[in-house]
Design a protein around this ligand. Structure first.
Ligand code: ASP
Length: 427
């Protein structure tokens, strides 16, 4: 029953005896007296805890044996808050929150118990009230997808929407996005909107706001503070910097990777510190190659998805690669071994690809470091055949960059792939 969603056994009896249910605001006493809203329960639930959400947006599991007193305060408080008009503070800057879906944009409908992947300004204000103290937030839902379903066409849609906001009154734009493919979208926006005159900050969450220890609130607060206090030009990904609720890391959109399946600090800047770190009261800048309002904005929104990313491994069948050429792929990015190699069994198909004018670029499957193809004979052979080393570009960022170039300036792909457009190479 949705009124007690996820509760059973002792915890269910406890709620019923105290005449409270999911969605109710309660006043309870453990060591201190506090007010919070009862949340539904999900996986790993035991029957000795109830989960409550505090006004700050944080969720906590309470052992029912530690609750000395519990009283009903009001029904569906979030629903009520939702209907309140958000107070506008004319002294604060404006930020647009553009939602594309993902865990961060999902929330519980207390009436049906289902998760709805749409976030309105009112809902956002209700779940993260601190935002209203940092900026006036407008919110818009662009689409609602988990990011594994996002296609390159949708990157174009996001880029066009952002481009239309280049001269708007917003100090910056937060893009709520699923974390699985966030670095791909961030990279596309970095290339296609190079020099965009306001910060664009992609924010996700590893744990949805209805779970204990959700990271959504802090990531949003960190992104908003970053926009208001720092105002750099560029595309960033703002996520937890540690497992704790203390710092938010703002990574460059072309140097970031999701490196953990579930940890809150899953995102890392490859081979470096995050570009910026946002703490409660200050912003630490680690990255110096950053523009602050003085780069030309040259939007180039386009792509051709006929690019493949090939992870070479012992036993890789060259026919798979040949199929790509035969199917009209125009660029292939290798994730080679070590310094940038593939085995000699690949040489014939590589020659065939070059005859057909397929761009071939080399990145490494190592987690860090730079491709160097002049050390070993195999690297030199590959370069001789026309494989272009892509320095320390992250392989999936190279994939996105090649798609973008093919859609905007295809004939110059060899030059542009090795030219720095949006800090995709480290110095
Ligand atoms: N699979 C989800 C997505 O990428 C996970 C998340 O939102 O973090 O959209």
């Amino acid at each position: 029953m949705s009124e007690y969603r996820g509760y059973y056994g002792k915890a269910l009896d406890f709620l019923k005896q105290n005449k409270v249910k999911v969605g109710d605001t309660i006043q309870f006493t453990t060591n201190t007296e506090q007010v919070a809203t009862i949340m539904p329960r999900y996986e790993h639930s035991d029957d000795s805890h109830i989960v409550v959400k505090f006004k700050s947006g944080y969720n906590v599991g309470l052992n029912i044996d530690t609750i000395k007193k519990i009283e009903f305060v009001s029904d569906m408080s979030l629903e009520q808050t939702k209907n309140n008009t958000i107070k506008h503070n004319s002294k604060l800057p404006k930020i647009l929150l553009l939602s594309t879906g993902g865990t961060i944009a999902s929330r519980i409908d207390y009436r049906t118990g289902s998760v709805t992947p749409a976030l309105t300004a009112q809902e956002l204000n209700a779940s993260v009230p601190e935002l209203a103290e940092i900026a006036n937030i407008d919110a818009e839902v662009l689409f609602s997808e988990y990011s594994e379903n996002i296609t390159p066409d949708q990157w174009i849609g996001i880029a066009k929407k952002l481009d239309s906001l280049a001269k708007s009154e917003y100090a910056g734009i937060i893009v709520a996005h699923g974390t699985d493919t966030m670095q791909y979208t961030a990279a596309f926006l970095s290339f296609s909107l190079s020099g965009f005159p306001k910060p664009i900050v992609l924010v996700g969450s590893q744990r949805s706001s209805d779970r204990p220890s959700s990271d959504a609130a802090l990531n949003l607060i960190g992104a908003a503070k970053f926009i208001v206090k720092s105002n750099p030009i560029g595309v960033f990904v703002a996520m937890h910097n540690s497992e704790n609720d203390d710092y938010v890391a703002c990574h460059l959109g072309t140097r970031v990777r999701k490196n953990h399946t579930s940890k809150r600090d899953a995102f890392e800047t490859v081979g470096d510190k995050p570009a910026f770190i946002v703490s409660n009261d200050k912003i630490i800048q680690n990255f110096t190659d950053q523009y602050f309002g003085n780069k030309d904005y040259l939007p180039k929104i386009g792509l051709d998805p006929k690019v493949a990313l090939v992870k070479y491994h012992p036993g890789y069948d060259p026919k798979i690669f040949e199929n790509l050429i035969d199917n009209g792929y125009k660029a292939i990015i290798f994730e080679g071994t070590g310094l940038g190699h593939v085995g000699r069994t690949m040489y014939d198909v590589i020659k065939k690809a070059k005859i057909q004018k397929v761009f071939l670029g080399m990145t490494s499957q190592c987690m860090d470091g730079r491709v160097n193809m002049s050390i070993y004979e195999s690297g030199r052979d590959l370069m001789q055949m026309g494989v272009i080393p892509l320095s320390d570009m992250i392989s999936e960022i190279a994939l996105v960059k090649a798609m973008w170039i093919l859609g905007t300036d295809a004939k110059n792909i060899e030059n542009i792939m090795i030219k720095k457009i949006a800090s995709e190479f480290r110095e």
